[in-house]
Design a protein around this ligand. Structure first.
Ligand code: LLP
Length: 447
């Protein structure tokens, strides 16, 4: 049976999202369609506010933009006093267009381009999560040219192996991100940041991985980070100003997921940091976390129209929908699992075992392998749950499929927050790419 949430309900035969009938959304906006419950997103942001900002002094949860970036989400984050992390000048530009305070933006990334660093600095972004030695040199050079100062959080890999898939476990030793903690590389990096005149060494950053369901991952990482804070104090005589514990808070995709409560993770993190700092009489740091999936993952439901089918005797029944790996790469990339329902037959018994395929020209383009659905027929509407994080943001135009629209639902109403791409957009993209590349070359020449 499908995941029942406070905003997705079955009434009679139909699925309703925030009291809007799914088939009415389809009539109005077409398929494939990303539907996001604004009510649920508000609830999650409110949890960040009440369980962290209001509960502990000097804390700031950052919404990880990479999970879902558009003006509407940044406006919601702002309403709840939540900051954001961005991993590209593109994300920063969308946030700034939404009116986001640049001082609440933290700039991440393992290969920030010179043009991106310049763009961020020119637009008032001052918090950087410093990832590597080359970046320290670049940031120093560009900040000095612009005569500004950057707050640098040094990203350190804690050597903890956790997360929902190998590709999203980034806290272990062998990762492209950050400075290693298993040798003294991170101390060399900190020294270099301290010595950089235009970078103010602001603290340390850690991100263990994504879709984490074990509290132990945070416990190990935070204990390690308290030790690193002691080491920094003993070697450099500096008490770190900020400690960023990263994101990774898991959500429920199917009944086999058992996510942690946000409150429990945050109180565990705060407890370890506060006790650790109090023990050495060090001033407690500002604590940050960076959940992305937690804020938007469960809010998303993708609606598709069922099209063709292929029944292979004694093997498998395929049904195909009008989207696929272009709007959801997670199934093929991570073998991610999802729940779904036929939105216009939701009240009926799910007694047909099928495999849901996408329409992309790729045999790995399978959205759900083996799921019981309510007799899916061409023209029916398939609703796939928990598609709010890393779906729209990882969507592509493979096979020149236009990206679906994104619609927010709230209290019985819907509004389009990102319009569906048209065929013209597919052509524009090519020119945008050329313009972007030309700007990139120019920016490199200037530095
Ligand atoms: N902070 C940093 C430094 C990160 O790299 C990430 C995610 C986050 C925060 C937010 O993680 P979250 O709370 O959303 O788990 N595409 C993959 C996930 C990649 C995560 C990348 N970094 C997926 O669809 O599962």
């Amino acid at each position: 049976m499908v995941l029942q949430t406070e905003f997705a309900q079955i009434k009679g035969n139909d699925l309703y999202i925030d009291d809007v009938k799914a088939t009415d959304l389809v009539k109005q906006y077409g398929t494939p369609l990303y539907v996001m419950s604004e009510g649920h997103i508000r609830k999650q942001f409110n949890t960040l506010k009440t369980k962290m900002i209001d509960k502990y002094e000097n804390t700031l949860p950052l919404f990880a933009s990479k999970s879902f970036s558009c003006k509407a989400i940044y406006k919601l984050a702002m309403e709840y006093g939540v900051g954001i992390d961005c991993v590209s000048a593109g994300e920063i530009s969308v946030a700034l267009k939404a009116g986001f305070d640049p001082k609440k933006i933290y700039f991440h990334g393992n290969n920030k381009l010179p043009s991106e660093i310049q763009y961020a600095l020119e637009n008032g972004v001052e918090n950087f999560v410093i990832d590597n030695f080359y970046e320290i040199e670049l940031v120093e050079e560009i900040a000095s040219k612009l005569n500004v100062k950057v707050n640098g959080l040094v990203r350190i890999t804690p050597g903890v192996y956790a997360g929902g898939h190998d590709y999203i476990r980034v806290g272990a030793k062998d990762t492209k991100f950050g400075f290693s903690s298993h040798d003294n590389t991170y101390l060399k990096a900190i020294k270099k940041v301290i010595d950089a005149p235009h970078i103010n060494f602001d603290g340390i950053h850690c991100h263990v991985g994504s879709q984490i369901e074990e509290i132990q991952a945070y416990v190990l990482a935070m204990n390690k980070f308290v030790d690193i804070a002691y080491e920094i104090y003993d070697i450099f005589g500096i008490v770190i100003n900020k400690l960023n514990a990263g994101g990774g808070f898991g959500i429920q995709y199917t009944a086999s997921d058992h996510p942690l409560e946000f409150d429990d993770v945050v109180s565990t993190i705060m407890d370890i940091i506060y006790k650790g700092f109090d023990k050495r009489d060090m001033k407690r740091p500002m604590v940050l976390v960076e959940p992305g999936r937690y804020c938007v993952g469960n809010a998303g439901i993708t609606l598709y129209t069922v099209g063709s089918y292929k029944y292979i005797r004694d093997i498998r029944d395929y049904i195909s929908v009008d989207g696929g790996m272009t709007d959801n790469i997670r199934s093929s990339l991570y073998n991610a699992k999802y729940d779904a329902v036929i939105a216009n037959k939701a009240g009926q018994e799910a007694n047909h075992l099928v495999t849901v395929a996408g329409k992309n020209c790729e045999s790995g383009d399978i959205l759900i392998r083996d799921i019981m659905l309510q007799d899916p027929q061409p023209g029916d509407i398939l609703a796939m749950f928990s598609t709010g994080a890393y779906h729209y943001s990882m969507s592509s135009n493979y096979n020149q499929l236009p990206k679906p629209a994104v619609v927010f639902t709230y209290q019985g109403k819907s509004k389009e927050v990102i319009r569906r791409q048209t065929f013209d957009d597919l052509l524009v993209q090519y020119w945008q790419l050329m313009v972007w590349y030309a700007n990139y070359i120019i920016a490199r020449r200037e530095i």
